[in-house]
Design a binder for this molecule. Sequence first.
Ligand SMILES: Nc1nc2c(c(=O)[nH]1)N[C@H]1C(S)=C(S)[C@@H](COP(=O)(O)O)O[C@H]1N2
Ligand SMILES: [Mo]
Length: 374
Amino acid sequence: MGRRLSDVSAPARLAGPDEGIGRDELALAARNHGLPLEALRYDLTPPGLHYVLTHYDIPYVADEASWELTIGGGVRRPLRLTPADLRAYPAVTLRVTLECAGNGRALLTPRPVSQPWLVEAVGTAEWTGVPLRLLLADAGIEDGAVDVVFTGADHGVERGVEQDYRRALPVDVAVGEGVDVLVAHTMNGAPLPPQHGRPLRLVVPGWYGMAHVKWLRDITVTDRPFTGFQQTVAYRLRQHPEEEGEPVTRMAPRALLIPPGFPDFMSRARVVRPGALELEGRAWSGRAPVSRVELSTDGGRGWGEAEVEPAGAHRWAWRRWRLAWTAAPGDHVLMARATDAEGRTQPLDQPWNRGGFTNNLVQQVPVVCLESGS
Ligand SMILES: Nc1nc2c(c(=O)[nH]1)N[C@H]1C(S)=C(S)[C@@H](COP(=O)(O)O)O[C@H]1N2
Ligand SMILES: [Mo]
């Protein structure tokens, strides 16, 4: 019997009311790991602890020297560049917090069936590369450009559509003066590891992960809006499947706690002993800088103001925050809430859409404080 791609490729769906995480979701979770939350302690996430998300397979790149990045479409001088060519350009290094747009998805009700993130789809790295603006200036963008389309070397099928991983940015974002979009060849001072895009990837400070195309092999300038799968089918905010939906773009504010105390192996419940503790965590936002972080130690009834470290030179990276707490014996629920300088804050009720995207529900961390002396 003839087989079709639609036979092997599942449609998008929501989990049923009592449906647990399935084997398909487990398979994705085992490939695409999160940041162990204790690693929020590092300013720069060691690459092995940075979250990973890859829709298809990680391309095998034996020899960087034979890699070519092509730049074409609506440009006057199409370019072909090797990683060595890119390393010869003036380099810019940016510290960037990257978060998957689906972070928090597995906590939603109903649960969109996809990569089942809790809240750990985040990491911060120093990316070094060439500003896209420079490359596009060398290529010479023609008048009437609308989008810049980025193609990765990975290939797969998703909801019946066979594709290369491909995403676009509006041309004003691609060449924007405010912040450098980078074609990065270096992560934390070393060549990109395979899972993070070896040898080249796009880095779009402030945007959710899906825009940061890995294994970048082509950049094409177009004079009409890009309508590929990852732009118009996936990564849209929809309540109903037939809606066109708003595109997913920049990261909403989020704060996470460094898990206090020590964990139970199986339940991951946090255990602390009574007394003074310093609660610490990180917060970030892709539109306006984080301006405050509030903490609740009683499940959201009262909120205290955390001390947030200054952003310093790193506007696009997470910021550390802290607040003292005296733990008393009993059960507690800790919550942290970030607000950005334009007043966007994290909701206490789940923001829901069919993809589970951009959901920045306040994190809840149950903590058991032991009796003194136990
Ligand atoms: N080529 C390609 N680029 C990609 C992806 C992909 O599947 N293929 N996944 C995107 C998504 S959804 C995310 S969240 C980030 C994850 O980047 P990381 O694995 O380096 O953390 O890569 C993005 N870039
Ligand atoms: Mo993602």
